[in-house]
Write a protein that binds this ligand. Structure first.
Ligand code: AMP
Ligand code: MG
Length: 353
């Protein structure tokens, strides 16, 4: 008789525990404002506390990186480094920034200089070192040509451990084409450190994932470069990142002409022929650098640059909506609308297309 209440408690606790287990993992989601963009972090987990701690940690990390890596605002490390380069001086920088710059130097070389984060002065000249979209006429030809002739290149940077100098004073680093991919890699790693192995981190359509969404893969949409909506859907596997560069993202408009924020370092002018370039890779930083490089490469050189950068999953959309893609990309992508034309190309450099 006396054991009954105790039994009842044991039964109740066991039931509650089972109920908690049966609930299992669910979606937890939070959005941060970092790098001037909204970063959506989602984890499929039964550890809400770990999720909230991880998000707070990432928020702090990203706010700090934003200050340190900013190309033109404040007194961060990158602003000081660019000043040192201009003055022909040497500057000791953090290991983290040095690592970021070493990686971007490597990708700049792989891309044959089409991804070139040393063209900060050119980006500034076109008015993209501003929170507001630039207005007015484009810069004059002479100023553009002057910066092109100065030929700033990542190869000009000399590393002596973390002490950096540039042989060319026109080098000014702008990490706008690269930092997001690097940060997405970091976010996925950090979530995993907090025991969150099933996550998606999405900054305006650029994303990396880990694990899966329960018994299904994470599924995402790739934004159509012209107008609203989605051009394609895709299942993203554990560890993959999907990065897109688009000339629709930021531009300068004057006299009915749009000047994109992605510049061709060879002539100093915004790219015209490509509306967007999408890359899937296990490395978000590589994918970010490559998406920018492929936007510059355009329909005539995209296969060559994809091969040089070791990519097998690439898609370009041109100004007419024509789609160029690799066979691996074609196999997995699900287009959500009829395309005017689809051209499949294997990465390589035989010069055609
Ligand atoms: P993304 O959206 O990743 O293609 O990055 C574009 C941003 O990178 C621009 O807003 C510029 O700050 C910078 N940028 C523009 N053209 C280039 C280029 N050819 N290589 C490297 N960075 C660039
Ligand atoms: Mg990029």
């Amino acid at each position: 008789m006396r054991r009954r209440p105790l039994l009842r408690w044991v039964f109740l606790i066991a039931t509650l525990t089972l109920a908690a287990c049966a609930r299992g993992p669910v979606d937890h989601q939070q959005t941060l404002l970092v790098f001037g963009t909204l970063l959506e972090i989602k984890a499929f987990t039964d550890k809400p506390d770990a999720f909230h701690r991880a998000v707070a940690d990432l928020d702090q990390t990203f706010q700090r990186m934003h200050r340190v890596w900013h190309a033109w605002k404040g007194e961060g490390e990158l602003v000081r480094l660019n000043r040192a380069f201009a003055a022909g001086e040497t500057l000791q920088i953090s290991t983290e920034l040095a690592e970021l710059l070493r990686q971007s130097q490597h990708y700049a070389e792989l891309s044959d200089g089409l991804f070139n984060p040393a063209i900060g002065h050119l980006v500034g000249l076109w008015g993209f070192h501003s929170d507001e979209p630039p207005g007015g006429p484009p810069p004059d030809r002479e100023s553009i040509q002057g910066l092109v002739d100065a030929a700033p290149s990542m190869a000009d940077i000399q590393f002596n451990a973390n002490r950096l100098s540039s042989a060319n004073p026109s080098v000014a680093i702008d990490l706008g084409a690269f930092a997001k991919g690097y940060a997405l890699n970091l976010a996925i790693r950090r979530l995993s450190d907090f025991g969150l192995a099933h996550a998606i981190v999405n900054a305006g359509g650029d994303l990396c994932v880990s694990g899966s969404h329960g018994d299904r893969p994470w599924r995402i949409g790739i934004r159509h470069p012209q107008g609203d909506g989605v051009i394609a859907a895709i299942d993203v596997a554990d560890g993959e990142c999907v990065l897109t560069s688009g000339n629709y993202e930021r531009y300068r408009e004057y006299d009915g002409i749009r000047y994109a924020h992605i510049l061709d370092p060879r002539n100093g002018y915004p790219v015209e022929h490509v509306a967007s370039a999408t890359v899937i890779s296990h490395d978000g930083a590589l994918a970010d650098a490559a998406a920018t490089a492929l936007s510059v490469a355009g329909p005539s050189r995209w296969r060559e640059i994809a091969a040089r950068m070791g990519l097998s999953q690439v898609m370009l959309v041109d100004e007419q909506g024509k789609v160029y893609l690799t066979p691996v990309m074609q196999q997995r992508i699900e287009f959500q609308r009829t395309l005017p034309e689809m051209i499949i190309g294997v990465p390589g450099s035989d010069g055609s297309m």
